[in-house]
Design a protein. Structure first.
Length: 657
């Protein structure tokens, strides 16, 4: 069958790679400003007002110093000197206290912004109902950049804006002072500042580009570093002696990123030298003019003190203005990724019209000519699958690895939509339902089930949050999965933390034996964790559809039989889909579907498929060989107690469905 030409799946929106000023940057600026305003307008206004006052105080202090010097040199009355001195002390007190107050207001507002940013970012992530974006490396890079930008960019932008206002107020105050002394020198100071602004803005654009360029390297470095402490990976890392290997890889990624940043900073440094030299030249020219003016008697000692303070403050103000402008521009460029992620369209398309409410399954779930691949460059995983899952029966999916079994489960759960074709729930396309509403009617155990660093009760209760606080519901699910006795014997029962990397709530930090807790959570075996995952699915024992993807891969034969017996009891007359490589565990399913190369190879009951002698019979006999004793050689005496091959019923437990 010739593959159809599918419509291209949606791709994550990305900010402009050129990182040039654009409408995206302007929109990002509006978004950041809106965030700042919504996060606490009162604190923001006080912060801004305090910064304006802080910007005015240095100029006021310089003018008061001039007044004091002139009063002293002109022998004005003592009362005038005291008045100026008191005012100067008051301004000095303001210079000391106002920045501390504004810093407090800034931190208060920054914390509020960070909370709102985190909420909005993860709300945007949670609006993506499928898996397509999360399995895209480019999206993961954007997500990492958005997380960094979301946590730092708003604070940087607000701080840059308010700091820029303060620097501008200081700059203008001293500039006016210089212009009063010499208008030409004031104009020259303004012209001198323009190259500095341009250089700093360009530097900010380069830094933003570097952040984007090294994000993939940063993710790899964090991955290598996490392997050195991950409790699941540390066993193999220790066994195979991989500590230095991954340490060196993490170091290489960090060194490469650091070298990229070093080159950028060096380039920015060299580009900033000419404007700095120009500023010093203007200052030198002004100093020559002041010396001559003092010699000619046209300037007083107070005027000289004001000029010296003003030129130094102008130099600082120009640098601060340029720096805050550069930081704000850099923050805007990186904030584009945050805004794009926050507003990203869902990867699962809804059919036209309002979403329908999924009804209890009455008839069947039908796959109609379903083709699927993960992206346009990947091979087809499913190739024209036509399949009906009848309500009230259990269907087993079998086949070799890579046949498409788990992909069918992902489509059933609507973690992806078919690339071509459709899936019907009692005749209604799944795309007509809101994904969350559909999934409430499904219970599932994935072969790569989650192990949560939470309590035993929470690990089970997560299967159905509306009943997670009901001890009877949690223990009933655990009993059905055969894990109740084990969880009850834990040090704190169901309240025991199933983690070795976190300290239970209420315990003090530290190492055991060093003043710290002696109890730091418990770990379970692989089979026990699998039973917990099955218990989590059993929290939805009343779901319309129960999907078990290799639910007993980590269990022994006895435990596997218990699981299947429990499921048969709980789900009598309900709809189920089971995937298992142990064919003996699915032989009593209502129907067995054999997949191969993304297609349905054959289907039927166990008896029908065995009589047909096709692919299923071949796989079944292959597994059964492992349970049969070796045939004795001709003339050999049978070993007492041995079982003839004809007596072996087949592999695995006969839990049945």
């Amino acid at each position: 069958m010739k593959p159809p030409k599918p419509a291209k799946p949606p791709k994550p929106a990305k900010p402009p790679r050129s990182l040039r000023p654009s409408a995206d940057v302007v929109r990002a600026g509006r978004t950041a400003a809106g965030l700042a305003w919504r996060s606490g307008r009162g604190a923001l206004l006080l912060y801004l007002a305090g910064s304006v006052v802080a910007g005015l105080l240095p100029a006021a202090a310089a003018l008061l110093v001039r007044e004091l010097f002139d009063a002293i040199t002109r022998h004005r009355p003592t009362d005038d000197l005291v008045r100026v001195a008191v005012l100067l002390v008051a301004v000095s007190l303001g210079i000391a206290l106002v920045p501390a107050v504004t810093d407090f207001l800034r931190e208060q507002h920054a914390r509020r912004v960070q909370l709102r940013v985190q909420d909005e970012l993860f709300e945007g992530v949670n609006r993506l109902p499928g898996l397509r974006h999360f399995e895209d490396p480019a999206f993961q890079d954007e997500l990492r950049l958005a997380q960094e930008a979301g946590s730092s960019a708003p604070g940087m932008l607000i701080g840059s804006f308010v700091g820029g206002v303060q620097a501008l107020v200081t700059f203008l105050g001293f500039l006016i002072t210089v212009c009063v002394l010499n208008p030409w020198l004031g104009a020259l100071t303004v012209v001198m500042a323009l190259p500095t602004f341009r250089t700093q803005l360009t530097a900010g654009r380069r830094r933003a580009a570097v952040i984007r360029d090294i994000v993939a390297s940063s993710r790899r470095r964090l991955f290598y570093a996490s392997l050195l402490t991950d409790t699941d990976a540390v066993k193999e890392i220790r066994l195979f002696g991989l500590q230095d290997h991954f340490k060196d890889r993490a170091r290489a990624e960090l060194a490469a990123a650091s070298e990229t940043e070093r080159r950028t900073e060096l380039r920015n440094l060299l580009r900033g030298v000419p404007p700095s030299v120009l500023g010093v030249a203007v200052y030198g020219a002004g100093l020559v003019w002041v010396v001559r003016a003092v010699g000619e008697g046209t300037l007083s000692v107070g005027d000289v003190s004001v000029f010296l303070a003003a030129t130094a403050a102008i130099q600082t103000g120009v640098g601060q203005l340029a720096s805050t402008g550069s930081n704000a521009y850099q923050a805007l460029l990186t904030f584009v990724s945050y805004r794009a992620l926050r507003d990203m369209a869902p990867d699962l398309k809804q059919l036209d019209g309002p979403a329908e409410e999924p009804r209890p399954l009455r008839s069947s779930i039908t796959f109609e000519n379903v083709w699927f691949r993960y992206d346009d460059t990947s091979p087809w995983v499913l190739r024209g699958v036509d399949l009906t899952l009848s309500a009230g029966t259990t269907t087993a999916l079998v086949g070799l690895n890579g046949a498409g079994k788990t992909t069918l489960v992902k489509l059933l759960c609507r973690l992806y939509d078919p690339t071509v074709g459709r899936i019907l729930w009692d005749g209604t396309d799944l795309r007509a339902f809101a994904p969350d509403e559909l999934r409430r009617r499904i219970g599932v155990v994935f072969q790569d089930y989650g192990r949560y660093d939470l309590t035993a009760s929470e690990n089970v209760g997560l299967g159905r949050l509306d009943r997670a606080a009901d001890p009877e519901a949690v223990t009933a699910a655990a009993r059905a999965a055969g894990i109740h006795d084990r969880l009850s014997r834990l040090p704190a029962g169901y309240s025991t933390l199933l983690s070795r990397i976190f300290v239970p709530e209420g315990e003090q930090g530290g190492f055991p034996g060093a003043g710290g807790p002696s109890f730091a959570g418990q770990s379970l075996s692989g089979g026990e964790w699998q039973r917990v995952a099955v218990a989590r699915a059993f929290m939805r024992s009343d779901a319309d559809l129960m999907i078990l993807d290799e639910p007993s891969a980590g269990l022994d034969a006895e435990a596997e039989k218990e699981i299947h017996d429990s499921l048969r009891t709980l789900r009598r007359g309900a709809t189920g889909v089971v995937i298992s490589h142990r064919l003996g565990a699915v032989r009593d399913a209502g129907r067995i579907v054999v997949l191969g190369d993304g297609r349905i190879v054959e289907e039927g009951t166990h008896r029908e498929l065995m009589e047909r002698g096709g692919r299923y019979a071949e796989l079944f006999e292959l597994q059964a060989d492992g349970y049969r004793p070796e045939e004795p050689a001709a003339g050999a005496v049978p070993v007492p107690g041995s079982v003839p091959a004809s007596a072996v019923p087949g592999p695995g437990p006969r839990g049945g469905w």
